[in-house]
Design a protein around this ligand. Structure first.
Ligand code: SF4
Length: 375
């Protein structure tokens, strides 16, 4: 499977997905990723002075509301924090040749991830935003949404920094990772890559890509957390299945396989998936019951525990009640309308699930974390 800059974090841990002969079926787009894509497309249009493309038809009403909130906060942030950027460009595609350590900008096409103009020996990536900052340093920025910690994307922005620097012939570049939120201002991680740092990134990338063809799977939390596209074809998965399901259960019936054989086979695979999911859910429940609430430190210094975060929801029932109530009022000013809308939102502590992390799990409040609607 072809490497692209967005998979840099995965490449630093497991190179197996990038074996050239590996063909993975395309996974359906994750709703959280769709929110980020739509929100950024709208902010990019705002930066470039183009018409707002809107949220499209595919998002649910809840997700569209999230995008609206991200875009509203993002526009304020752009006006305040990025107002002085010069010659801003959004969604620029690059191709980098590992053997020549040279990059070039690819022509714009209608599809964001269309790298069909790249040569066979080139790997590609797209920047969200690039501009010349006040201090004359070329700056590349990648914007994220969702719950994945921003630091996990550092390899990606460093790879993009390399592509842009090589393409523009500069030996110094600023790279910024920004997390866009629906309920608070964005947060950023900023670093400057000098010539030595860029050379080191190029060498590391070249070495890893060269090692990929002979690499073996390294299963772990990253398989799901970094959205490995090879999960369905990775040999580590049947090995785990063999541990979960007795061998004779598999030899009697159809084999677990993602390849289409027949609809009868698909029906059996669906049963298998449900069985595996149940077994995995039961296993997770056992782990959760054994894990102390504050988390537990592992032998290698990392932590196992449950992190939590806040979510803000909009209550349709409260909105309907409020509209009925407001219908009786003669006149409303902006403040009253804002207050009315705010009163329809409620905030609650949500579990981010049990994970292995570098430090103790982050918690925003004490459990229990049940939904509590604001009065
Ligand atoms: S599923 Fe995990 S082990 Fe398999 S290729 Fe992907 S990251 Fe590597």
């Amino acid at each position: 499977m072809k490497f692209s800059a967005s998979k840099s974090p995965l490449l630093t841990i497991c190179m197996y997905p990038f074996r050239p002969e590996l063909v993975a079926p395309e996974a359906p787009s994750d709703p959280a990723a769709q929110i980020g894509t739509v929100a950024w497309a709208r902010l990019a249009a705002h930066i470039e002075g183009a018409a707002d493309p809107g949220n499209g038809e595919e998002l649910s009403l809840d997700d569209a509301a999230k995008v609206d909130a991200i875009v509203a906060i993002g526009k304020v942030w752009l006006e305040r924090e990025r107002a002085s950027m010069r010659a801003p460009k959004c969604e620029v595609k690059y191709a980098w040749s590992p053997s020549k350590d040279a990059a070039r900008e690819l022509p714009k096409t209608s599809s964001l991830r269309d790298y069909s103009n790249a040569k066979a020996d080139e790997v590609c990536g797209s920047t969200d935003l690039e501009y010349l900052a006040d201090d004359e340093v070329l700056t590349v920025e990648d914007c994220k949404t969702g719950f994945t910690p921003l630091v996990n994307y550092v390899p990606q922005i460093r790879t993009l920094g390399l592509f842009v620097a090589r393409s523009r012939g500069v030996r110094k570049i600023r790279v910024i990772l920004t997390k866009l939120y629906e309920d608070r201002p964005p947060e950023s991680i900023v670093s400057i890559l000098d010539g030595f740092a860029l050379d080191a990134i190029a060498e590391d990338l070249r070495n890893r890509l060269a090692a990929a063809p002979a690499s073996e799977p390294i299963p772990g939390g990253h398989c799901t957390e970094m959205f490995c596209p090879a999960r369905l074809v990775c040999p580590a998965v049947p090995a785990l299945i063999a541990e979960l399901v007795p061998a004779d259960a598999l030899v009697k019936g159809p084999k677990f396989s993602h390849t289409f054989i027949s609809h009868d086979h698909d029906a059996r695979m669906l049963d298998f998936c449900r069985l595996l999911k149940k077994a995995a859910d039961d296993m997770k429940k056992q782990i959760e019951l054994r894990t102390p609430q504050a988390g537990v430190q592992l032998g290698d210094g990392r932590w196992l525990g449950e992190g939590t975060h806040y979510e803000t929801k909009f209550s349709e029932a409260q909105l309907k009640a409020k509209i009925r109530e407001l219908g009786e009022a003669a006149k409303l000013d902006d403040e009253a309308i804002d207050l009315a809308i705010d009163s329809c939102s409620y905030r609650y502590e949500k579990s981010g699930g049990y994970k292995v992390t570098k430090g103790p799990p982050k918690r925003v409040n004490a459990l229990p974390s049940k939904k509590t609607e604001a009065a």
